[in-house]
Design a binder for this molecule. Structure first.
Ligand SMILES: Cc1cc2nc3c(=O)[nH]c(=O)nc-3n(C[C@H](O)[C@H](O)[C@H](O)COP(=O)(O)OP(=O)(O)OC[C@H]3O[C@@H](n4cnc5c(N)ncnc54)[C@H](O)[C@@H]3O)c2cc1C
Length: 96
């Protein structure tokens, strides 16, 4: 049985650290998140999360917070460098 009276320090406030911190808080732990950066800023165009990662965020009850900013793909295409202009149906399986 874990001792939930202890404080857990998570180093790093990226998606990994924040998700771990939320999961630990959900489990009843007191969590402190520390980051070496003076300011947290957006890097890149956004985070592309796999379905299993997205399911974890939904399980942490973040659906409402995320919905205004998410973009869900409707299809995916796999193209080789020679087939980029003629992808076959087999290479564009439906999502879901
Ligand atoms: C320039 C760039 C563009 C990107 N663009 C995209 C994109 O468009 N789409 C996409 O899906 N992914 C993109 N990525 C990748 C994506 O950012 C990472 O896969 C994802 O953010 C990793 O999350 P993370 O929580 O593991 O690490 P990070 O987001 O890197 O978080 C780690 C955090 O830990 C902190 N830290 C590190 N060491 C310490 C320490 N000793 N003490 C305290 N804090 C510490 C760091 O300051 C940082 O805030 C990009 C990455 C970069 C660098």
């Amino acid at each position: 049985m874990p001792n939930r009276s202890r404080t857990i320090v998570v180093a790093g406030a990226g998606i990994g650290g924040l998700t771990a911190a939320l999961a630990l808080a959900e489990a009843g732990f007191r969590v402190v998140v520390l980051d070496q950066a003076e300011r947290l800023e957006q890097t890149g165009a956004g985070l592309q999360l796999s379905p299993n990662a997205a399911r974890i965020l939904l399980a942490l009850r973040l659906r409402e917070r995320l919905e205004p900013t998410i973009v869900a793909p409707t299809a995916r295409k796999f193209c080789g460098c020679r087939s980029v202009n003629r992808p076959s149906a087999a290479m564009a399986p439906p999502i879901g």
